[in-house]
Write a protein that binds this ligand. Structure first.
Ligand code: AP5
Ligand code: ZN
Length: 216
């Protein structure tokens, strides 16, 4: 399966992607996770990206396209991939199509997780993540088995530095201005499907699998 998950911050991209990964044996390519790993490693790219991410802006198309190019041609993407957080601009979407066309493996589906902005504040401010794996939890909506600890490894969970009300406002406006146009782009190419992502995670998963043409 080769697909893209589109949605505003807190829509549930990172929550649903692992379901797709285990169902389809595909790789999870989350550009936000990749950038946070650069930040954690203290690389030059990480230092520059952190400033932009904390302000809710977008890292340049150039950097992001190069980052994803390397991943897409790697062994782990042989059986397919779930893109989460990429593409985020029209130029990124166009370059992705071009890259995949060259490999003879075009995108099969672009699923938009649709949620109104008002719902996202509580999702984002209550989120906790496991930095090493990218797994995300929610203090109320999806609590870990042991408070503050990752279910799988037992490691401490942390809050993302861009998960505050101020940065969220900017992330939402970046989303509406720069990312939402890709919805129309994929509608035109005929691979778009929309899912009501204000429902419970379980129902959202059921709808995603349905629009891919499978049973949950
Ligand atoms: P990124 O990490 O991609 O952040 P984002 O797009 O803001 O998305 P989030 O990770 O916040 O949301 P999500 O949809 O994954 O939500 P989740 O499933 O965790 O990017 C971060 C930054 O990196 C960007 O701002 C940008 O600066 C930069 N960047 C990344 N890619 C880039 C690119 N291609 N180009 C340029 N810049 C780039 O869920 C959120 C919370 O809600 C969780 O706590 C979860 O438990 C809960 N939840 C999930 N689903 C439900 C539900 N159905 N009901 C109730 N609660 C739910
Ligand atoms: Zn995410």
């Amino acid at each position: 399966l080769r697909m893209v998950l589109i949605g505003p911050p807190g829509a549930g991209k990172g929550t649903q992607a692992p379901n797709l990964v285990s169902r389809f044996n595909a790789a999870h390519l989350a550009t936000g996770d990749m950038l946070r790993s650069q930040v954690a490693q203290g690389t030059q790219l990480g230092k520059e990206a952190k400033k932009i991410m904390d302000q809710g802006g977008l890292v340049s198309d150039d950097i992001m396209v190069n980052m994803i190019k390397a991943e897409l041609s790697s062994e782990k993407c042989k059986k397919g991939f779930i893109l989460d957080g990429f593409p985020r601009t029209i130029p990124q979407a166009e370059l992705l199509d071009q890259m995949l066309k060259e490999q003879g493996k075009p995108l099969q589906k672009a699923v938009e997780l649709k949620v109104d902005d008002e719902l996202l504040v509580s999702r984002i401010t209550g989120r906790l993540i496991h930095p090493a794996s990218g797994r995300s939890y929610h203090k109320t909506f999806n609590p870990p088995k042991v408070e503050g600890k990752d279910d799988v490894t037992g490691d401490d969970l942390v809050q993302r530095s861009d998960d505050n009300a101020d940065a969220l406002k900017k992330r939402l406006s970046s989303y509406h201005a720069q990312t939402e146009p890709i919805v129309n782009y994929y509608q035109k190419s005929g691979i778009w499907a929309g899912v009501d992502a204000a429902q419970s995670p379980f129902k959202v998963w059921g709808d995603i699998i349905k629009c891919l043409g499978y049973d949950a």
